[in-house]
Each structure stands twice: as structure tokens, then as C-alpha cells.
Design a protein around this ligand. Structure first.
Ligand SMILES: Nc1ncnc2c1ncn2[C@@H]1O[C@H](COP(=O)(O)OP(=O)(O)OP(=O)(O)O)[C@@H](O)[C@H]1O
Length: 309
């Protein structure tokens, strides 16, 4: 695995307000990373620092091994971003914006693909002064993606999007990531992020609480389960209990997955006992409840550490 982005010991203050505290993390090439945390945690500030939009007191930011500062932007040539509101000229059409932004005519096919995937065909040739909030947001996202960037940074990209557009965006991000594009995305829409992100950076009050994978976070909270249907659920339950698998309170046959091995072990145990398996599903837990739990535990630990200091 190689990292495309590395942030080390980043400290940022606005006046005498210290808002980022020794923030360090790396982002692996091709991953979709969710940056999550409460309001005011420092997500946008981290993104702006990565994009060279704000100065910082200390630390180092590297994109593809090249240092980024407000005075040194070379590494950003292969980065696309949407931070806060997209900068859009009202008297140009969406198509004009995309063409102006594109590195060359060879991007036209890609522009057309993005327009179709985000369902923008019906208005892309209209002046943007008549666009709704969601239409502008989609244009901002299209602009971030147009030149096949290696890294894309999106701050709350689902803002203003209806459910259909949210799904279109999710599909687009996944297809671009399959081409090798890396994404760093902040969002408060955790149900959406859960379907998108492979990795998570959890931040609270300007400090990294945890860098983890979605799978690990959900599993660590004991929230991932395996739902089974067999030809004899009653006997299957007895066998699984005897084999010391943890069952949930659900009246159906649901086993708590403690790690990646649980699923094959459960299936082997049942097959060896001649139970016929009709259906098996891995149920992911809930990102929102897992995140709230992690933040709660972190704050308790922080409070204890302060009291002991
Ligand atoms: N230009 C600024 N001047 C002063 N303080 C600022 C400025 N920008 C951000 N802050 C402060 O820095 C902290 C982090 O803000 P930031 O916008 O990065 O949080 P966030 O995690 O993106 O929040 P949200 O989820 O609400 O968008 C907050 O306390 C905020 O008030």
C-alpha cells in the first residue's frame, strides 16, 4: 500500500484559538476516506490546509510526497476539490464552466460521462444563474472531477442533493474510485458515508480520535452480525450456542461477528452438523451509533486523563 496524502503534526490557530492539535494521518491511494466529527471539530480547516488555502502554525502536509503550503502549490495540480460553495459565474452555462476547467479537449468524453452520471443533461447548457442549490452543488462536484485528479477532497458534497442525486453521486464516486481516484470526504450524512467510505478519520475538538476502517469500526462496536436462514433454525441455534458463538436477541438466527473469521466458522459448524443453509447475509452495523459510542468513550478517557494530570 502506498499513501497519496500524509499530514503530520498539523497545528492551526485562529488568533489565540488553537483549533487543530497535532493532527497526523495518512490516506492510501485509491481509498475512499470519510472525515467525520461533530460541528466545529476541524474538518473543513484540515481540508483547507491540505489545499494550501490557509496557513498553519506547524506540521507538514505532503501529497504524492510533495510538500504543500499556501506558498507551494505544485502538488495540487492533480487534486480536485469542492469546499463550501462552488465558485460559479452566473452568466456562463454549466457546460462552459466544465470546458473552461478541462485540461484539454481529450477530457470531453469524461465531461459527458460525469454529466450523464449526475443527471445534468437537461440543464447543463443553461446559464447557471437559474440553477438551484443542488444543481450548483452537482456542477461543483463535476468541476472537481473533470481532469481525472489523483486525489479529490469534498466537504459535505451531499449538501442540497435530493435522494436520487445523492445516489447518483455515490455511484459516481465509487466508479471514479475504481479507476484509482482517492477521495477524502467530510459528511454529516453518516448513513450515506457508511455506504461509501472504506476508511474513517474520526476527529473531535481538533484532534484525531481514531483512524480506522469502516469494517473495523463497526466490528469493534460489536455491531456487525450474520443473519442466517436454515432448514432447522431451532437446532442451528442450539448448535451455534454450544459452539460458543454470540447470538443477538433477535428471534431470527443472528450471530454477532467478532472478526472476519466468524462467518466461515459459523458456516463450517452448521455444515458439519448437517444443517442446510438456505440464506446468509452479513449485516453491517450503524455508523452513527458506532461513532457516537467512540466519541463518548474518547471524551470519558480525555476527562480521566485531565483529572489525573
Ligand atoms: N476563519 C476562522 N476564524 C476563526 N475561527 C475559525 C475560522 N474558521 C474556523 N474556525 C473555528 O475553527 C474550528 C473548526 O472549524 P471547522 O469549520 O474546521 O469545523 P468543521 O468540523 O468543519 O465543522 P462543521 O461540521 O460545522 O462544518 C471551529 O471552532 C471554528 O469556529
Amino acid at each position: 500500500m502506498s499513501s497519496i496524502l500524509s499530514v503530520q503534526n498539523l497545528n492551526k490557530s485562529f488568533g489565540n484559538k488553537h483549533v487543530l492539535h497535532d493532527v497526523s494521518f495518512t490516506v492510501e491511494k485509491g481509498h475512499i476516506v470519510g472525515l467525520v466529527g461533530p460541528n466545529g471539530a476541524g474538518k473543513s480547516t484540515i481540508m483547507k490546509a491540505i489545499l494550501g488555502l490557509i496557513n498553519y502554525q506547524s506540521g507538514e502536509i505532503k501529497i504524492a510526497n510533495q510538500t504543500v503550503t499556501p506558498a507551494s502549490h505544485a502538488a495540487l495540480s492533480k487534486v480536485g476539490a469542492l469546499i463550501e460553495y462552488p465558485g460559479i459565474y452566473p452568466f456562463l452555462t454549466g457546460w462552459d464552466h466544465l470546458q473552461l476547467f478541462a485540461d484539454g479537449d481529450h477530457q470531453l468524453i469524461h465531461i459527458q460521462e460525469i454529466i450523464s452520471q449526475l443527471n445534468m443533461d437537461s440543464y447543463i447548457k443553461r446559464k447557471t444563474k437559474g440553477y438551484s442549490l443542488g444543481m450548483k452543488q452537482k456542477l461543483g462536484i463535476a468541476l472537481a472531477l473533470v481532469n481525472f485528479p489523483d486525489l479529490v477532497i469534498l466537504d459535505e458534497p451531499m449538501n442540497g442533493l435530493d435522494p436520487e442525486a445523492t445516489k447518483d453521486l455515490r455511484d459516481l464516486i465509487i466508479s471514479e474510485s475504481q479507476r484509482g481516484t482517492t477521495f477524502l470526504i467530510s459528511s454529516h450524512i453518516l448513513s450515506e458515508l457508511q455506504q461509501l467510505a472504506s476508511d474513517l478519520l474520526i476527529i473531535d475538538q481538533g484532534a484525531i480520535v481514531q483512524q480506522t476502517t469502516m469494517h473495523q469500526l463497526l466490528a469493534s462496536q460489536g455491531k456487525q452480525t450474520i443473519m442466517l436462514a436454515t432448514n432447522d433454525d431451532k437446532t442451528a441455534r442450539q448448535i451455534l450456542k454450544k459452539a460458543k458463538f454470540k447470538m443477538t436477541a433477535d428471534p431470527r438466527l443472528e450471530v454477532v461477528a467478532t472478526d472476519d473469521e466468524t462467518m466461515p466458522q459459523v458456516l463450517r459448524t452448521l455444515v458439519e452438523a448437517d444443517i442446510e443453509i438456505m440464506d446468509v447475509k452479513r449485516l453491517e452495523g450503524n455508523l452513527e451509533s458506532s461513532l457516537l459510542e467512540v466519541l463518548k468513550q474518547y471524551r470519558v478517557a480525555q476527562k480521566l486523563a485531565k483529572e489525573q494530570a
